[in-house]
Design a binder for this molecule. Structure first.
Ligand code: PLP
Length: 419
């Protein structure tokens, strides 16, 4: 199998060299080059349309990272952007008082999301998880938090501890996914002092397989939280308005006390939401202070309302499921045909190709080579983070991707042999 040529990335490299003297790390967080394959992936995009993106060197890709989750329909969706543009031109969006859109959006949350009785809207997913934790601590009068999954960059949960005093996270402990007895042990050790158990209902750890809840797991987590007097919060920042209109809680049939949403709900416009039982949410009336200059900025509300309208009207999520099912099936049969050690995990709207972890660590080289081959073939997928299917992924896109995956597997077989 011919080793396809490395992409021309001169402009990306130039911009990054400049950025390093202007922005700490050049670019922030998970978008840094070490999270991809250094020297093989672009670092700056120029534009996007539908399911495609173009980098600053003019290379075009089918994008499966979907901006890490917000792109549920597609890039530069005219209907959504036009609603936002009309809002800017006809009414405005940043005022000394709130516009009416929050009420409409809260009604939509109530309509779709099983746990929703009252909602409040913030700007990012991290705002939402932090807000939910604060509400839970205030409502229960307890301090301890048990967490499972990534919940953002704020002090109580950030993984890299630089700059964060220990006292701000000493009452927060992680627990493993799909392990009820570990959770019960921790709840017991905390002697009824746990304010909340917060968990991503679908397991989607960094650099590892997506894991569905085992039968009875989420029900068990809910029961245990209740038994030990803790609230159950689902972190649906990735699964919300993607797995189903009511999130993973609707899909798996387990209703938490509270849940947080973000990413896909506004197709790229910044918004986060906390929703849940009215009596808990009402802590936000007096006891808990939730305010920011930009929380009521209505452009994101307008974008969210339009996104949800399109998702409802065009039955988008079931179409995404259909595409994802086909894609996973195709990749699965390639994994069987080419014994590279690769597998695909996940559910149709969110999937991840990973490599069986051998003791020698050769899987890491295979991962680097595989994702390098894909990016050179115009397929934008992140080696350490799962991908998404959006509405604008066409059958042609998916077919091209499946062929690129097959070619990349052939490359691996040539280089490493079968396992
Ligand atoms: C499950 C989950 N929770 C919370 C967050 C934090 O959201 P944000 O990055 O918008 O602050 C993320 C972001 O990736 C997430 O995936």
């Amino acid at each position: 199998m011919e080793n396809i040529k490395k992409l021309k990335l001169d402009n990306t490299e130039k911009l990054f060299a400049e950025a390093k003297s202007l922005i700490p790390g050049g670019v922030l967080g998970i978008r840094r080059p070490y999270n991809f394959v250094k020297g093989e992936f672009p670092i700056f995009f120029e534009e996007g349309k539908g399911s495609h993106v173009i980098d600053v060197d003019g290379n075009e890709y089918i994008d499966y990272l979907c901006a890490y989750g917000p792109i549920i329909i597609g890039n530069r969706e005219e209907e959504i952007d036009n609603a936002v543009i009309r809002q800017i031109q006809d009414k405005g969006f940043c005022f000394s008082l709130t516009q009416k859109y929050q009420n409409e959006l809260a009604k939509k949350m109530n309509e779709h999301i099983p746990c929703a009785q009252m909602s409040l809207f913030v700007t990012t997913g991290s705002d939402a998880t932090t807000c939910a934790i604060r509400l839970a601590r205030s409502y229960t009068g307890k301090i301890k938090i048990l967490r499972c999954g990534y919940h953002g960059w704020h002090d109580w949960c950030v993984e890299v501890k630089g700059g964060v005093p220990e006292k701000l996270y000493e009452d927060v402990q992680g627990f493993p996914y799909n392990d009820l007895s570990a959770l019960e042990t921790m709840l017991k050790e905390n002697k009824n002092e746990t304010a909340a158990v917060i968990i991503t209902p679908l397991g989607h750890p960094l650099a590892d397989d997506i894991t569905e809840p085992e039968k009875g797991y989420l029900e068990g987590v809910k029961e245990l939280a209740g038994k030990y007097g803790a609230l159950l919060i689902f972190d649906e920042i990735r699964t919300g308005f993607r797995v189903s209109m009511g999130g993973a809680q609707k899909y798996y049939g387990v209703t938490p006390d509270m849940a947080v949403f973000g990413k896909a709900m506004a197709n790229g416009y910044p918004i986060g939401a906390v929703t849940g039982k009215a009596e808990i949410m009402k802590e936000g009336e007096k006891n808990v202070f939730i305010s920011s200059t930009f929380f009521p900025n209505s452009l994101s509300y307008v974008a969210a309302l339009k996104t949800i309208e399109i998702l409802e009207r065009d039955n988008i999520l079931s179409k995404i499921w259909e595409k994802g099912e086909w894609f996973i099936q195709q990749v699965n049969s390639l994994c069987k045909k080419y014994k590279t050690g690769a597998k695909i995990s996940g559910i149709p709207p969110m999937m991840f190709i990973t490599f069986h972890k051998d003791r020698e660590g050769i899987y890491k080289n295979k991962r680097t080579d595989f994702y390098t081959q894909l990016i050179r073939r115009g397929i934008f997928l992140q080696p350490f983070h799962h991908g998404y299917i959006c509405a604008r992924h066409s059958q042609e896109d998916l077919l091209k991707t499946v062929r690129a995956i097959e070619d990349s597997f052939k490359y691996l077989i040539d280089k490493y042999g079968e396992v």
